[in-house]
Design a protein around this ligand. Structure first.
Ligand SMILES: Cc1cc2nc3c(=O)[nH]c(=O)nc-3n(C[C@H](O)[C@H](O)[C@H](O)COP(=O)(O)OP(=O)(O)OC[C@H]3O[C@@H](n4cnc5c(N)ncnc54)[C@H](O)[C@@H]3O)c2cc1C
Length: 410
């Protein structure tokens, strides 16, 4: 099994990494490996990077920022910063459905004084794939892994394609096929469903809604437990202009300023929520959301009424149970594939980025002959499982905390 790499006499040419999944974590790992001169191929089942229903954005915390700074070339890191939205600095506010203020407190100071930024997910993925397009294969649906006659892990894809490497990294998200085979007993709690939407931030909408929805973090909730949370994405510079200025050749899809919002509902059981809409199309779902908030204050209704109806979709909220370390050689996991978590603390993508940075560092040890692959893999997994499942538990506690705390973050 990986004889050269495990004997410590590693030839960097032997270290070829097969990354399953071109999501946030898989692409960040790919950038780190490209920077380090380590060979890799990324496989994604989607036909291209532009996929609907991937979520509209999230907050980059200090862990995520460290990872992006470490893995991206400087021009792409600067492009990421220039195309981000400043973090909210106002208050966290809870309103009633009739826009009465129930609760207000300043947003907590970020740890280590790092305030972070908001990113548009599609933009970050476009930046994370820049310069490595030659090594990304779309329409490659991973099915299972096996072992080649010389002991290397082999990935099998729908359609019969196979690929052998030194290491398979399952970065294929919460429904990971790699995890299903590697850890068939791993359990995820299904903690419910929510609906995600996006509303262009026009001057008319700005004039209508409370400033807290733009400058801070605000949500509104009615007596049935239906809650609408929103966050603004306002890029400092038009994305195409930033691309031309900082990293010519990188084509970014223009994204206007917008509010991304989440509608969730708390019931007796965590799963007693919006699950009846699973499988609905965007327009149908948007109509259902508009009906749910029809009796709300006009300023709150405006967020839903002015939304891009087709961009409305339901998503599941899952939370992984801790797993024991595994001993299978040549296969590892990263990001949501192993430690998916609720959006309660906004740490899922940031933890995937942290994994990518850590795995890059351990693989550099292998490429430089400092460590056999088996040791590097074990070190990565031990550390990733520790902080990954600490983050899962924090997210679970935050998500099910009493009413004053944020629920599903937008
Ligand atoms: C509403 C919402 C809000 C969120 N807010 C935040 C936040 O504020 N902060 C935060 O840090 N996180 C947040 N998250 C979590 C975050 O989105 C995830 O943790 C993050 O995307 C995980 O990255 P990943 O690379 O592990 O997986 P993903 O980004 O899910 O990527 C997985 C990739 O694998 C591909 N794939 C899947 N199966 C296969 C297969 N069989 N073969 C080939 N390819 C495959 C998929 O096409 C996809 O491209 C939020 C999530 C949601 C739903």
């Amino acid at each position: 099994m990986n004889r050269h790499l495990d004997s410590g006499t590693s030839d960097p040419a032997d270290l070829r990494v097969l990354i399953i999944g071109a999501g946030i974590g898989g692409l960040c790992l790919a950038q780190g490996l490209r920077r380090a001169g380590i060979a890799f191929t990324v496989f994604d089942r989607a036909p291209s990077l532009v996929t609907r229903r991937q979520g509209y954005g999230f907050h980059i915390n200090q862990d995520g920022d460290h990872a992006l700074r470490a893995c991206l070339p400087t021009d792409l890191y600067e492009l990421h910063r220039a195309t981000s939205s400043p973090a909210p600095t106002g208050d966290f506010v809870l309103y009633s459905a009739q826009l009465q203020e129930i609760f207000r407190r300043p947003l907590p100071a970020p740890p280590r004084a790092y305030r972070g930024v908001g990113v548009n997910r599609q933009t970050l993925r476009e930046i994370l794939s820049a310069g490595i397009d030659d090594a990304i294969r779309y329409d490659s649906d991973f099915q299972r892994y096996g072992t080649s006659p010389d002991g290397r892990p082999v990935a099998y894809f729908t359609g019969g394609e196979t690929e052998a490497g030194a290491l398979i990294v399952g970065a294929d998200g919460a429904g990971s096929a790699v995890r299903h085979q590697l850890l068939p007993g791993a359990e995820f709690d299904d903690t419910g469903r929510a609906i995600y939407g996006r509303t262009p931030l026009t001057p008319e909408l700005r004039a209508q809604i409370p400033a807290d929805f733009i400058e801070g973090m605000a949500r509104a909730r009615d007596e049935r437990g239906i809650a609408l949370a929103a966050a603004a994405f306002i890029s400092a510079e038009p994305l195409r202009k930033a691309g031309a200025r900082l990293a010519s050749g990188v084509q970014l899809t223009e994204v206007g300023d917008h509010l991304r919002w989440t509608l969730s509902r708390r019931g007796e059981s965590p799963a007693a929520d919006t699950s009846q809409f699973w499988g609905s199309g965007g327009a149908e779902l948007h109509t259902a959301v508009a009906d749910m908030v029809a009796s709300w204050h006009p300023a709150l209704r405006a967020i839903v009424d002015a939304a891009d109806a087709e961009a409305t979709y339901p998503f599941g909220i899952f939370c992984a149970r801790p797993v024991e370390p595994w001993t299978v050689p040549g296969v590892t996991l990263l990001g949501d594939a192993i430690h998916t978590m609720t959006p309660g603390r906004g740490e899922g993508a940031n933890t995937a980025l942290r994994d990518a940075q850590l795995l890059t560092e351990r693989l550099i040890d292998v490429a430089s002959g400092r460590s056999p692959l088996s040791t590097a893999k074990q070190l990565y997994e031990a550390e990733m499982l520790r902080y990954g499942f600490e983050a899962v538990e924090r997210s679970r506690a935050a998500y099910f905390a009493p009413a004053m705390k944020p629920q599903a973050g937008p």
